[in-house]
Write a protein of this length. Structure first.
Length: 488
């Protein structure tokens, strides 16, 4: 087990991520799993309301998503798994129990290696298992001061996947990095949006701080209510510092408890003493049969795995000769990587595509708050513009203006160039005539050049560009100027 070692203390962190899965129906009934836009308590049935006599039916797609994730996390997939009842009495749990998994989950003993820029350490994955989501409670304080709670059961029964790490994480930064890496993977798999802000991915963290030269104890604090990776990092930093101060006092008063992160005040607050497994009184779910996953079915799921981010990054570096930075940037999402490959196939110049995407396209997407899927420039349109630059139809300088108009309007480079007369002048006879005129109109610059002041040619180039409104091919202009000046 790896831990962070400072001068006096080390931090030990384990994470639990709950990921909402993108299935059409809920985990154990036919109700739609796309509940968010519906009025409260309208996407429900006897099963997800927990009514007496209602029986659950397993959604096979959920099992496939979980097993696929386990494979992506280098996990073992046991052939035998079962469901269990996790008992606790909350208003948002109508049955009084949650169908989950205890001792025989779908995936065990995996690992995930962080990117080099995040430390490159390998984090153990204890398990990946299934749960069903609860209803949503909303706590209200009326203008009169009256306080009450409302429960919306639309979310009840939506399929969840829980990913549990070993206590291998050594710092708040590593915890956030792990979460980002996990989100990237579930997005590549197409099984979840991974949006923490929308509740599609939720993180609980267990953290404890111990003297660096002492064995680890049993006390740990669970932190909840973190709805962004920045919040994960901030909450764990706060808790790390809080526990360190207690240890520094010489009187370790810490208890195993659950604390909630309060974003507005930037602190964790105690909520309750932390439950242990026996508190939930797990026992096998009597209404669902144990599952035996055949090797044929497991291999069938494996065949559906897409190329994952780490493998795609390595391939981009080898196949397209990209730098580590560019390959990381262009594989941060599956859609972005697909866009790059499609544009590269059209342009026949992967490095030029990478440059335009990293320096221009991603900047404009970030400025507009858009995703690559919303981009008005298709991969073919970007490839066409790059081919126009390479053929001399437009200059690099003109291309910047053309690109911005493409991004804003969705028009192709050829259409924009034709509409606005932006085509680059590359006709040698035409440029020779303009060069001759510029030389005749600027004798002082010509004299400076002849006296060895080579910078004078830059002035003359500028005059030709001015005369052509920036349309002249710079390479041909330089060539014609050198030829004309040598003759003088």
């Amino acid at each position: 087990m790896a831990t962070a070692v400072t001068e006096k203390y080390r931090t030990v962190i384990g994470l639990e991520f709950h990921v909402q899965l993108l299935t059409e129906s809920k985990m154990f009934c036919a109700c739609s799993a796309q509940y968010a836009a519906n009025p409260p308590n309208t996407v429900v049935c006897p099963v997800c309301l927990g009514l007496p006599g209602a029986l659950p039916v397993i959604n096979e797609k959920v099992i496939e998503c979980i097993v696929m994730t386990g494979m992506a996390l280098n996990s073992q997939i046991p052939e035998f798994a079962k469901f269990d009842r996790k008992n606790y009495p909350y208003p948002d749990l109508p049955k009084g129990y949650q169908i989950s998994q205890f001792d025989l989950p779908f995936c065990i003993e995996g690992h995930l290696t962080l990117d080099e820029e995040d430390g490159g350490r390998t984090i153990g994955i204890t398990r990946v298992h299934q749960e069903e989501d609860t209803a949503k409670s909303t706590h209200v304080t009326a203008a009169s001061g009256e306080r009450y709670s409302l429960v919306d059961f639309n979310r009840s029964g939506v399929p969840l996947m829980e990913v549990v790490t070993e206590p291998d994480i050594a710092s708040p930064e590593e915890a956030a990095a792990f979460g980002r890496k996990l989100r990237q993977i579930v997005r590549y798999l197409g099984i979840s949006t991974g949006n923490m802000e929308d509740g599609a991915m939720r993180c609980d963290a267990n953290i404890s701080v111990w003297p660096a030269d002492a064995p680890l104890g049993d006390i740990k604090v669970e932190v909840k209510n973190m709805n962004s990776f920045r919040a994960v990092e901030r909450a764990l930093y706060f808790e790390q510092e809080r526990q360190t101060r207690i240890l520094e006092s010489g009187n370790d008063t810490r208890v195993t408890e659950t604390r909630g992160w309060v974003e507005t005040s930037g602190e964790t607050v105690s909520q309750r003493t932390k439950e242990e497994a026996h508190d939930y009184r797990y026992f096998p779910e009597p209404d669902l049969p144990p599952l035996q996953l055949s090797r044929e079915w497991i291999e069938g799921v494996r065949e559906k795995l897409p190329e994952l981010p780490a493998a795609k990054k390595e391939r981009f570096m080898a196949e397209f000769d990209l730098s580590d930075y560019d390959a990381s940037l262009l594989t941060q999402s599956r859609d972005l990587a697909d866009y790059f490959e499609a544009a590269s196939a059209g342009a026949k110049n992967a490095k030029a595509v990478a440059n335009w995407m990293s320096r221009n396209l991603l900047q404009r997407l970030n400025e507009s708050g858009s995703e690559i899927g919303d981009c008005k420039i298709s991969p073919d349109a970007l490839a066409e513009m790059i081919l126009m630059i390479e053929s001399g139809a437009i200059s690099n300088r003109m291309a910047q203006e053309v690109f911005d108009q493409m991004f804003d309007t969705g028009k192709s480079a050829k259409v924009i160039v034709k509409e606005q007369g932006l085509a680059q002048i590359s006709d040698e006879d035409e440029l020779a005539g303009i060069v001759a005129t510029v030389i005749a109109e600027n004798p002082a610059a010509v004299q400076d050049f002849n006296q060895g002041k080579k910078r004078a040619i830059g002035f003359l180039v500028g005059q030709v560009m001015k005369a052509t409104r920036g349309k002249a091919n710079p390479g041909i202009v330089n060539q014609k100027l050198q030829e004309a000046l040598r003759q003088d």
